[in-house]
Design a protein around this ligand. Structure first.
Ligand SMILES: [Cu+2]
Length: 122
């Protein structure tokens, strides 16, 4: 019984990892306007796409697991680079006009393994 459960959990973990980056999960804006993004050890964010309201977009970036990760907006790297390590949460904000943006982690190899997501600002 114990062994069977362990195999089941492992299979689910593999399925989740396989879906990372290739799925279509979209995280809608939170009620308080803060864009909350979580990073995982499987080198992925908690959604493949996020939405936010134009104007000052506040980011709250957190970590589940032990791997250090970063969060940057492509083209706006000079303005914001959030880092999570040792379970901390990092916050920042950007003034974003409506448009489509790419979020990614700039730690070597992470973006290539799927650590990027879309951000649509409406
Ligand atoms: Cu990363």
């Amino acid at each position: 019984m114990g062994l069977r459960m362990a195999i089941g959990v492992g299979t689910i973990a593999l399925l989740v990892a396989a879906c990372g980056g290739g799925g279509s999960s979209v995280q809608a804006p939170s009620e308080d306007g803060v864009l909350r993004i979580t990073s995982y050890d499987r080198q992925d964010y908690d959604a493949d796409a996020y939405e936010a309201q134009a104007g000052t977009v506040r980011f709250e970036f957190s970590q589940v697991g032990v791997q250090e990760h970063t969060l940057l907006v492509e083209g706006l790297e000079e303005q914001m680079r959030l880092v999570v390590v040792d379970g901390n949460t990092d916050t920042g904000s950007l003034d974003l006009p409506p448009g489509r943006y790419i979020l990614y982690c700039d730690i070597a190899g992470h973006r290539a393994s799927g650590m990027e997501a879309r951000l649509t600002v409406n």
